[in-house]
Design a binder for this molecule. Structure first.
Ligand SMILES: C[S@@+](CC[C@H](N)C(=O)[O-])C[C@H]1O[C@@H](n2cnc3c(N)ncnc32)[C@H](O)[C@@H]1O
Length: 271
């Protein structure tokens, strides 16, 4: 028996009717502690209900959460970045020069990707972020002489920018109301390319859970039904050109193992 299947068997036993209440108590305690960093807990009706039950926190709008992004993620790419870089480079090759990066942290993708390939002349790369992270992103950009990189805090407003490439990596599910199908319906000019990475998609129904995101902060988040999520984008005139698994990201929901997401997903659409 492999390590993975052995741990699945142990988990199935612990999730059984006798031990489940004790497991949930233990997982809940762990989730709310420092050791719970990165873990998920709870099923909620809405973001508002999740927020009522989570400890008060600024969620992502907290400067301490930028440290790893500034120190590591502006300088390094990970396996799951390669499909994004591949399609992005092709989109640039086709003449696209304007990127809207939704939840792009301090500009991590701009800084890290440009170490790997030539960005086009006249590039405009606009990141929409929460205020604390956008502010650090502007400082990093100034130090790095990152011409073309800009930040703002209002997604609805940014959708009017007319960018021809949208990127959202590990971010859309934390926005209360940002299903890509809806964003594409409301934007002024539809992008030609849509690159979505590190998304919690599964075959079950949509649900809302919460994550311990570190530094004492907790965030509600969506988990989406894969088929509906993709169909909503296709209905806006897009073709799914590529999809990949992000094995480095998974979600185990204590008490509801059937809702777990063994690997997150990446998707590339073009119009
Ligand atoms: C897990 S991080 C991913 C960052 C980066 N895209 C990456 O792949 O490394 C999620 C990002 O989404 C941003 N985010 C979450 N909710 C947001 C909101 N309502 N408005 C703007 N940004 C948000 C967070 O601040 C955070 O930087």
């Amino acid at each position: 028996m492999t390590y993975a299947s052995a741990s699945q068997v142990v988990r199935q036993i612990l999730e059984g009717p006798i031990t489940r209440p004790a497991l949930l108590r233990w997982r809940r305690q762990q989730f709310f502690s420092e050791a719970g960093f990165g873990s998920y807990f709870g099923l909620f009706e809405s973001f508002a209900q999740a927020r009522e039950q989570l400890p008060a926190s600024p969620e992502f709008d907290h400067a301490a959460l930028a440290a790893e992004y500034v120190d590591v993620r502006t300088k390094k790419v990970f396996a799951y970045d390669y499909p994004v870089m591949w399609w992005l480079e092709r989109a640039f090759g086709d003449g696209s020069t304007r990127v809207l990066d939704i939840g792009g942290s301090v500009g991590v993708h701009f800084h890290a990707y440009r170490r790997y390939f030539q960005m086009p002349a006249g590039l405009s790369w606009h990141v929409v972020e929460v205020p604390a992270i956008a502010s650090i992103g502007r400082e990093v950009a100034a130090h790095a002489e990152a011409v073309g990189l800009s930040f703002s805090e209002d997604l609805a407003q940014a959708l009017g920018g007319g960018e021809d490439i949208w990127i959202a990596a590990g971010s859309l599910h934390y926005f209360e109301d940002a299903r890509p199908g809806d964003l594409l319906r409301h934007c002024a000019v539809r992008p030609r390319h849509v690159l979505l990475n590190k998304l919690p998609l599964h075959d079950g129904e949509d649900y809302i859970t919460a994550q311990n995101i570190g530094a004492g902060c907790f965030a509600p988040m969506h988990v989406y039904n894969r088929r509906r999520f993709i169909e909503e984008i296709e209905a806006r005139g897009y073709v799914l050109r590529d999809q990949w698994q992000v094995l480095e990201r998974s979600l185990y929901l204590p008490g509801f193992p059937e809702r777990s997401v063994p690997a997150f997903s990446g998707l590339y659409f073009s119009r």
